[in-house]
Ligand binder design. Structure first.
Ligand code: ZN
Length: 252
């Protein structure tokens, strides 16, 4: 069973819609968000993380969903234990239902719309902080990824911590998703580019890129970021791509 299959509905699902796009939140989403939040040993800190992760993953998926809508494709959003999914829906077509035909280049833009929705939201938080009289200090993650730190005036209190959570999750989640590992957004982009360049071998090459990048990210997550969750997720995705390669072994 694939990690990114749609989790079946449960009676604990939270359902609502944003801009006409239905959203379903699986209960395991909250469990994972709580585990991430548990590192900050106080209740407001945990709450900031849970709400921050919820808002950020939702914005990411809304980026995909709104880009799909632009190309005439309806969708629904599902938040689950490994993040989020935007699932294309069949649209009424004549007497029945059909999927809209999306070109490879439109698929690339739909994939990029998720991470960039998060980056734009992070930029909005920086601008908002400045407008509230705060200051911004440039910083980096792992020494090379730009990452802003905002300082709000003291009277905004804990809001400063919440802004930092939003910045952290939006930037980090966007970057993680841009890694060229299938089925992440970056993997969709490399697959769509490589298949267009080389219809015969493109898929296999993109799967090999996925195996190598996934294994590297598992190592980076474990050794440099100390994240067992990230190591586990990327190791699993690398293995899935490897299995897909075995399945298509006759093609080359
Ligand atoms: Zn995405």
């Amino acid at each position: 069973m694939s990690l990114f299959q749609i989790p079946p509905p449960t009676r604990f699902d939270l359902r609502f819609s944003v801009a006409g796009i239905p959203v379903r939140v699986h209960p395991l989403f909250w469990v994972i968000a709580l585990i991430f939040g548990a590192g900050s040993n106080n209740l407001p800190g945990i709450l900031f993380w849970v709400v921050g992760i919820f808002i950020s993953v939702l914005i990411h998926e809304l980026g995909h969903a709104l880009a799909m809508r632009r190309y005439g494709q309806d969708s629904q959003i599902i938040l689950h234990f490994a993040g989020g999914l935007t699932v294309p829906e069949s649209v009424s077509f004549g007497l029945g239902y059909a999927r809209v035909a999306i070109t490879p280049n439109q698929n690339i833009l739909i994939s990029l719309a998720g991470p960039f929705a998060g980056f734009f939201f992070a930029a909005f938080i920086v601008v908002l902080s400045l407008a509230m009289g705060g200051t911004v200090a440039p910083n980096t993650i792992l020494g090379f990824i730009p990452f802003p730190i905002v300082f709000l005036p003291a009277n905004f209190g804990a809001l400063n911590s919440f802004f930092m959570v939003l910045l952290w999750v939006n930037i980090f989640w966007g970057l993680i998703n841009l890694v060229p590992v299938i089925p992440l957004d970056g993997g969709q982009v490399t697959r769509n580019i490589l298949i267009q360049r080389d219809p015969w071998n493109g898929l296999r090459i993109s799967l090999w890129v996925s195996v190598v990048a996934g294994a590297l990210m598992a190592l980076v997550g474990f050794l440099f970021l100390g994240s067992i969750y990230m190591a586990f997720l990327f190791a699993l995705l690398a293995f899935q791509s490897y299995q897909a390669l075995q399945g298509s072994a006759g093609g080359l």
